[in-house]
Design a protein around this ligand. Structure first.
Ligand SMILES: Nc1ncnc2c1ncn2[C@@H]1O[C@H](COP(=O)(O)OP(=O)(O)OP(=O)(O)O)[C@@H](O)[C@H]1O
Length: 288
């Protein structure tokens, strides 16, 4: 099946930041986690995809279409959750939903009502009275109620309590069963991704670090621990980053097999989490 989303060499320059040649793609039936530290360029990338910002160069294709020319048709098929509130605060949830419903050709009132119930959201409450977590849940209910084929979620779990976070993860997992749908979501809570993501795209400082299958990443990367003397100038190139004290070192290797070949049993190999991978990649050598 063709990709739902294709991003190729996407670039955008602000006065103090530039997103540089970001490329990745997402096929239907998969969930992609979009990670990177604060200010890495995640929201900028998602806004460029949603055509809320204009790119400087590169290509974006959604459902095989260029958003510059087919914005309306594309947005009809996307559920988008922003990391900031974009509602009319004086309106009630019900009134705001009525406005949103008129924008979509496949709005499902029953689905929306059932999400309001599931998320314990009072339809007659004004938006300005909702907490941040409740606003996030309201955004999610809207995004999930118009048969979107692509969900783009910017930090959807931030501000949610663990119970609702868990429910959201279950909802997203269930969506994946429908092989026509795909999810791209940015988050700082990488444990959520370890549960459900099929692919991880990691950006840092406006640049792509990798976009790969999660299982492949978690199999290949490893944490290596050893005595201080074992980290020599010759084998330092094996490591993405490390932390050294006088008692020993811990480092991240992107290729467990190669590191094992060269370091053998003199060191200890442990599973690296997505958090470890982000931390050691971002902080680099000797500073973790
Ligand atoms: N409209 C804008 N004008 C100028 N600079 C901007 C604009 N939007 C974003 N930036 C800058 O681009 C950089 C990347 O911001 P972005 O919000 O994309 O990062 P992020 O990865 O989503 O971070 P976070 O995880 O903190 O939300 C930041 O330095 C930000 O200040």
């Amino acid at each position: 099946m063709p990709n739902i989303l294709e991003v190729e060499n996407l670039s955008k320059t602000f006065p103090r930041f530039s997103l540089q040649k970001i490329s990745f793609s997402l096929a239907p039936g998969y969930i992609m986690g979009f990670i990177g530290p604060n200010g890495a360029g995640k929201s900028t990338t998602l806004k460029l995809i949603m055509h809320l910002l204009h790119k400087d160069s590169g290509q974006i294709k959604i459902f095989g279409l260029d958003p510059q020319h087919y914005e309306r048709q594309i947005k009809d098929r996307i559920g988008f959750v922003y990391d900031e509130n974009h509602f009319y605060e004086e309106l009630t949830l019900k009134a705001m939903a009525r406005i949103m419903a008129s924008c979509y050709s496949h709005w499902e009132p029953q689905t929306f009502t059932s999400y309001l119930e599931q998320f314990s959201l009072p339809p007659k409450e004004k938006i300005k009275k909702l907490s941040w977590g409740m606003q996030m849940k309201f955004s999610l209910a809207l995004a999930l109620s118009h048969q979107a084929e692509l969900l783009i979620l910017d930090e959807p779990t931030s501000g949610l309590d663990p119970i609702i976070r868990h429910e959201l993860i279950e909802i997203l997992s269930a969506l994946r069963e429908d092989e026509k749908k795909a999810v791209l979501f940015s988050t700082h809570i990488t444990t959520d991704l370890e549960q459900i993501a099929d692919y991880i795209t990691f950006i840092h400082d406006g640049q792509l670090v990798f976009s790969r299958a999660k299982d492949d990443i978690l199999e290949r990367y490893a944490l290596v621990k050893g005595d201080p003397g074992l980290l020599t100038r010759e084998n330092q190139s094996l490591f993405t980053g490390w932390n050294q004290t006088r008692y020993g070192f811990t480092g991240l290797v992107p290729d467990r097999a190669q590191a094992r070949l060269l370091l053998g049993n003199r060191v200890l190999f442990e599973k690296a989490t997505l958090d470890d991978i982000m931390l050691y990649t971002v902080r680099g050598k000797a500073h973790v």
